[in-house]
Design a protein around this ligand. Structure first.
Ligand SMILES: Nc1ncnc2c1ncn2[C@@H]1O[C@H](COP(=O)(O)OP(=O)(O)O)[C@@H](O)[C@H]1O
Ligand SMILES: [Mg+2]
Length: 249
């Protein structure tokens, strides 16, 4: 059980002496077992935020705390896992082996049981012995999701995991991610540049612009959501307005 509290987080990069403020004074509360989507234009700092959260990148300033279900700061670091836009499966391992890999040195019987369970859950049983190059992009991303679920983290960070998929596959997987979230009760931070995807998935939508959080919006719609409802339309307008803002480009 874990949430995240981000306090005054900033990140600067330097390229040839030129300073880039990838994140400026970001404050965000991700409650335990909540689904937060982060949406914004390319280059607004979404990936940097996730990379800092999972420890792949150093922050420049600010603090990151992990919290328990009551919202109190804990000293223990929760189990955390990241899903990327590219599946990052190991090409020399089968689908089943890729998923088992996440289970490390667990007892072989337990490993087999967990892998089989997640293969079943994600409709991958038939592909257990296939290699990554033998399956479609959507299937591979499903395997990447399965691998993460086998690892069983408390917090899942997703960086545009559906970004490379065709619209139809994407829609299917969006639905499945919502179902998984409801059943598995994980804390999720999901990054996307797709406004509809942000509203379909998130209980909270965080809108980023030029390294800052511009707006945060609670989405008061029950799952599964329909993009053609009037309230959905209103959220879309509000988010697009915040992203396009003054610049209107
Ligand atoms: N390793 C890096 N070195 C220098 N600049 C970087 C690096 N990573 C990202 N940036 C810059 O930081 C800003 C935010 O990038 P990023 O977090 O990747 O945005 P997003 O994921 O929203 O597209 C961009 O201006 C990008 O060019
Ligand atoms: Mg990115």
């Amino acid at each position: 059980m874990a949430g995240i509290r981000i306090v005054n987080l900033s990140k600067e990069y330097r390229i040839n002496g030129r300073k880039i403020n990838a994140l400026s004074d970001v404050n965000l509360e991700v409650e335990d077992k909540s689904f937060v989507t982060v949406v914004g234009r390319s280059g607004c700092g979404k990936t940097t935020l996730l990379r800092i959260l999972c420890g792949l990148e150093e922050k420049s300033q600010g603090q990151i705390f992990f919290t328990n279900s009551k919202g109190d700061v804990t000293s223990s670091r929760p189990k955390l896992s990241m899903v990327f836009q590219e599946h990052r499966l190991m090409p020399w391992l089968t689908v089943g082996e890729n998923m088992a890999f996440a289970l490390g040195r667990e007892d072989p019987k337990v490993r087999r049981r967990k892998v089989d369970m997640h293969l079943e859950l994600l409709g991958l049983t038939k592909f257990k012995d296939a290699y990554p190059h033998q399956i479609s992009g959507g299937m591979a991303q499903r395997v990447a999701l399965g691998r993460t679920l086998c690892y069983d983290p408390e917090i899942i960070l997703m960086d545009e995991p559906l970004g490379a998929l065709d619209a139809f596959t994407r829609q299917n997987l969006q639905g499945e991610i919502v179902k998984l979230f409801i059943n598995k009760q994980k804390t999720v931070v999901f990054v996307t540049h797709d406004v509809d995807e942000a509203i379909l998935l998130g209980q909270q939508v965080v809108i980023m612009d030029k390294g800052r959080i511009k707006k945060q919006l609670a989405i008061g719609l029950p799952y599964p959501r329909r993009p053609d409802s009037e309230r959905f339309f209103k959220y879309r307008q509000e988010i697009l307005g915040a992203i396009m803002g003054e610049q209107g480009d």
